[in-house]
Write a protein that binds this ligand. Structure first.
Ligand code: DP6
Length: 323
């Protein structure tokens, strides 16, 4: 077979209704559906070339990666090789334009770009839903970085129908994510390990049982552009996930004091008429979501809070694409 190669680019995303816990860890079938928006301006660009090499290789930001990082990539490549009925090994090169350790989950953008680039390089043309399923096998949240704009990942009933789709396009609502970077000296427990222990919290069943209600409220708030309802539900959902994390065994406490300080400030700002709301992933950084017109003001205020070392600003991003 002749050498074939493809390059794809995709954005990370921020979840408004969180994915936390799987009903099947191997297939990454989530315990609940989730909703997110892609983050414009931040991206991962990945090139996959099937070659005559003896094994898969992986280079991320000019550094060769082996071991577990490479195994996770080879796992996706194996699925693609099986679908395309090929045996060639692949060279994978990937670059992020956002700094590692900036508190932006890189796995979502990384596995979305890998799913698209590797399937295309193997000669496959998968549908958006099939790409989302493939990306999900690498990292659950990556399923949501395949479609454009505002996205819902339906938990589905089976492996084939657990995929994400767009609920509103990029230009539907001018929301901006101001990510307040909070210094954290603690080594974080990764999401994969976190999902695996979510069920040890007695609160997880209640969180999962209530998820359809939150999904409905959040989806409607986005479709109607009702910021007040939106801010209330994303904060509620984020707090519920962190309540589960804190009460897991072992307990996961991702917040720092500055994280909590930002919560108080954001709620005070909102009470004062500024359209802002917060949400936090598996880390200390706070994603402060606001209406686009207020992003400059929100960024300025966040930078004044002690313990905030930087603020990244991102609007609504598009779909994963071949470049
Ligand atoms: C807290 O998708 O990173 O960001 O499937 O193990 O790669 P893996 O987990 P991952 O989990 C994301 C957790 C979260 C919430 C969310 O993005 O929905």
């Amino acid at each position: 077979m002749s050498t074939s190669s493809a390059t794809a680019q995709s954005h990370p995303n921020i979840a408004f209704i969180k994915y936390w816990g799987n009903r099947d860890n191997t297939y990454r079938l989530p315990s609940n559906s989730s909703i997110s928006m892609n983050l414009d301006g931040l991206f991962t660009r990945t090139t996959v070339s099937f070659t005559a090499s003896k094994k898969d290789s992986l280079i991320i930001n000019s550094t060769e990666v082996t071991g577990k990082g490479l195994d996770r990539v080879s796992y996706i490549l194996d699925l693609v090789r099986k679908m395309a009925n090929i045996n060639e090994r692949a060279d994978v090169t990937s670059e992020n334009n956002f700094p590692a350790g900036a508190g932006i989950a890189s796995s979502a953008a990384a596995f979305a770009a890998l799913a698209l680039a590797s399937s295309r390089a193997a000669g496959l043309t998968l549908s958006e839903a099939q790409l989302s399923v493939l990306a999900r096998r690498g990292s659950g949240s990556a399923s949501r970085s395949i479609p454009a704009g505002f996205v819902e990942w339906q938990m589905g009933k089976s492996e084939e129908d657990s995929f994400a789709f767009s609920i509103a396009p990029v230009d539907h609502w001018n929301l901006v994510d101001c990510v307040a970077i909070v210094n954290s000296s603690h080594k974080k427990t990764g999401s994969t390990e976190g999902h695996a222990i979510a069920g040890t919290s007695p609160l997880q069943n209640a969180r999962v049982a209530d998820a359809p209600r939150r999904i409905e409220i959040c989806r409607n708030a986005i479709l109607k552009k009702d910021f007040e309802a939106f801010a209330n539900i994303i904060e509620h959902d984020s707090d519920m996930m962190h309540a589960v994390m804190m009460t897991s065994n072992p307990p996961l406490m991702y917040w720092q004091s500055a994280t909590v300080e930002i919560f108080h400030q954001v709620r005070e700002w909102r009470a004062g008429g500024l359209p802002v709301g917060y949400t936090v992933d598996a880390g200390a950084n706070v994603h402060v979501i606001c209406l686009g017109d207020y992003a400059k003001e929100v960024e300025k205020r966040l930078r004044e809070i002690p313990g905030v070392s930087d603020v990244l600003v991102a609007g609504v991003g598009g779909a994963a694409k071949i470049v």
